[in-house]
Design a protein around this ligand. Structure first.
Ligand SMILES: [Zn+2]
Ligand SMILES: [Zn+2]
Length: 353
């Protein structure tokens, strides 16, 4: 085995809103672990909140802390007992693999592990060291191989894309259906591509500004600017008064869900993908009840990584136009600023390492 590094470069939260890129001890590989040389890691809105201390003491439990959870790497070494991966493999990783014992894990729904929030389970980049650094170790169960035709930088969208695929699977998009998506951020723009891959033939994106143009470039059949027209009325008009078969709420703003429940038809399914920080959301429950609109929750994913990676490898989902900016690890503070202040209309900012 090649000599393994003793130290590495890492982005470390030293105090809230204070990130230092510094030399730290490199993780040591144990049996049944894979040492991964990180190549890219996306900056997620959750990272901005983690760095600000908004989730302390859950995420992270203490400082200093290495954050970052949308990572892609090359296998640098495998520990004793690892058979499924070899040095040089390109991989990405899930941040949570469940306890494998609770009722939901045993039902295959490890995204809903009963122990996910009590701190007893590792959530990499949240309560355990993340990947804005040169090396991470992970159990093979957390890893997925990426084919060579998907670049490291493009692959930072896999974590988010797997969640979107999970949502689109749960809501059951069928060939020939019309899908209305609210929120053309990374989630919505991925949802647009996944919906098309599933055979949706009319996709309507609701949002505003520059991102609607990105949605149109990515193949949205219609875009609706909610600052100019009533989104529910606009979608009704675009569907001949019927409404969309499926709604995907990806904006995570409290104003988004209500209109979406009127943009869909009777008997439609609506997935709630965006998070809004536990705010109350006004919706007309009689509409949900009397028109049998199914509201479906979506959290993370449970097993969709391989299928989403296949969608990327087959060119059905592209990161083009989604990973808009890259910065080297040394400039992570500038990358965070670019993302936070939306300088140059970023959708996803990736850190290369
Ligand atoms: Zn994230
Ligand atoms: Zn569990």
């Amino acid at each position: 085995m090649a000599t393994l590094p003793k130290t590495m470069l890492a982005a470390v939260i030293r105090a809230w809103n204070e990130v230092h890129v510094e030399e730290v001890p490199a993780p040591q590989i144990g049996p049944n672990e894979v040492l991964c040389r990180v190549r890219a890691c996306g900056i997620c809105p959750t990272d901005l909140r983690i760095v600000s201390g908004a989730y302390y003491p859950h995420w992270p439990p203490a400082l200093p802390f290495i954050y970052g959870h949308e990572w892609v790497a090359e296998v640098a070494a495998v520990g004793d007992g690892v058979t499924g991966f070899k040095v040089g493999d390109h991989v990405t990783g899930e941040n949570h693999i469940g306890c494998r014992e609770c009722r939901m894990c045993r039902a295959g729904r490890y995204n809903l592990c009963f122990r996910a929030e009590d701190g007893s389970q590792v959530l990499y980049g949240h309560n355990a060291p993340g990947a804005f650094c040169e090396y991470v170790t992970r159990p093979p169960l957390a890893l997925h191989r990426i084919p060579d035709n998907v670049s490291f930088v493009d692959a930072v969208i896999i974590i988010q894309g797997s969640m979107i695929l999970h949502g689109c699977n749960r809501v059951g998009i069928l060939p020939g259906e019309t899908v209305a998506i609210s929120g053309p951020g990374l989630s919505g723009l991925l949802a647009l591509q996944v919906a098309r891959a599933k055979g949706a033939t009319k996709i309507i994106m609701i949002g505003r500004g520059e991102r609607l143009r990105v949605a149109a470039d990515l193949g949205a059949h219609h875009v609706v600017d909610f600052t100019r027209e009533d989104p529910a009325e606009a979608v009704q008009k675009l569907t001949g008064g019927l409404g969309a078969d499926v709604g995907l709420e990806c904006a995570g703003s409290p104003e988004s869900l209500g209109p979406l429940t009127y943009a869909v038809r009777r008997g439609a399914r609506v997935a709630m993908i965006g998070l809004n920080g536990k705010k109350q959301v006004p919706i007309v429950t009689d509409r949900i009840a009397l028109d049998e609109v199914d509201l479906i929750g979506v959290r993370s994913g449970s097993g969709e990584y391989p299928a989403f990676i296949s969608l990327m490898a087959a060119g059905k989902v592209s990161a083009a136009g989604l990973v808009t900016h890259t910065f080297p690890l040394e400039e992570i503070t500038r990358g965070m600023e670019t993302f936070r202040e939306r300088k140059g209309n970023p959708i996803r900012v990736a850190i290369t390492i």
